[in-house]
Design a protein around this ligand. Structure first.
Ligand code: NDP
Ligand SMILES: O=C(O)C1=N[C@H](C(=O)O)C[C@H](O)C1
Length: 248
């Protein structure tokens, strides 16, 4: 029975994850840590794995702390870009028996959409990302959009693609979105949505629209449980749920 500690345990994802873990037959929650709780409880309760759903501002330092305690980590929190992964990789040098699994999105639909968009991106002149979330989300763009843009940017650079055309010279309100690896990313916050993302790819006379919609947090729980079961058998730092799914 793997012993799991949850960081951000009383948040939207923490509550759903504790419920899903407790309903499983092979995982159990031994520590629920939220704001003002003592993170040392993770060690005192002898957790094997820490599931991190604390806000991005706290998560980075907490992941480093868990590594130093010799505990495997599944990182659900967003805000972990390429530099964050390099920081984790550097910390793991002194802890070769610890693995960290950074999962920008636990939804298989999101993972497939990102994979398809990365594959398609070099074939289109224009590529832009629109991410849509609930208005309770504190960070923008989403970690999923950041990860998707990084993969698309890398694929397009490898293929020698020119930048997407854009004649904008006047945008006083910053409506063209943010730029990540040459990809324009637009963050939308609307009540009624949980987590959606659309990638628009276009050439003259033809458009490809790839989209996923996660409607409930419960739909993410199979991905959470899969990640918790996988992390003890991984080495170093791994990024993306697709690393433990047979999607090729
Ligand atoms: N990978 C994925 O598929 C998904 C990732 N996420 C990401 O997970 C993170 C959490 O999302 P969500 O659950 O919606 O956010 P919430 O704000 O609902 O949950 C975060 C929880 O962490 C608490 N908290 C604040 N500071 C600390 C701290 N220092 N240590 C421990 N807990 C703390 C918060 O308390 P308080 O409210 O009092 O500040 C809150 O209870 C976000 O980064 C989000 O982007 C979300 C959904 C899916
Ligand atoms: O805050 C959320 O809700 C989500 N955050 C993650 C992200 O930033 O990509 C994953 C998912 O989109 C839900």
């Amino acid at each position: 029975m793997n012993r799991v500690a949850v960081l951000g345990a009383r948040g939207r994802m923490g509550v759903a994850s504790v419920r899903a873990i407790e309903a499983s037959s092979d995982l159990t929650v031994v520590a629920e840590i939220d704001v003002d709780d003592d993170i040392q409880d993770i060690v005192d309760k002898k957790a094997d794995i820490v599931l991190v759903f604390s806000p991005p501002g706290a998560a980075h330092e907490q992941v480093q702390w868990c590594i130093k305690q010799g505990i495997h980590v599944v990182v659900g929190s967003s805000g972990f870009d390429e530099q964050s992964v390099e920081d984790i990789r550097a910390a793991l040098v002194d802890h070769p028996d610890v693995s960290v699994f950074v999962v920008p999105n636990f939804s298989v639909s999101a993972v497939l959409m990102t994979k398809f968009a990365t594959k398609a991106a070099p074939y289109y002149e224009s590529v832009e990302i629109i991410e849509i979330h609930h208005p309770g989300k504190v960070d923008a763009p989403s970690g999923t959009a950041q990860h998707t843009a990084e993969l698309i940017g890398l694929a397009r650079a490898k293929a020698g693609c020119a930048p997407s055309p854009d004649a904008t010279t006047r945008d006083p309100h910053g409506t063209r979105g943010g730029q990540i690896e040459g990809v324009s990313v637009h963050a939308v916050r609307v009540r009624g949505f949980m987590s959606s993302q659309e990638v628009l790819l276009g050439v003259e006379g033809e458009i490809l629209r790839l989209r996923y919609d996660s409607v409930t947090r419960e739909s993410l729980m199979p991905g959470v449980l899969t990640s918790l079961r996988a992390v003890p058998n991984l080495t170093g730092v791994t990024v993306g749920l697709d690393a433990v799914l047979d999607l090729d």
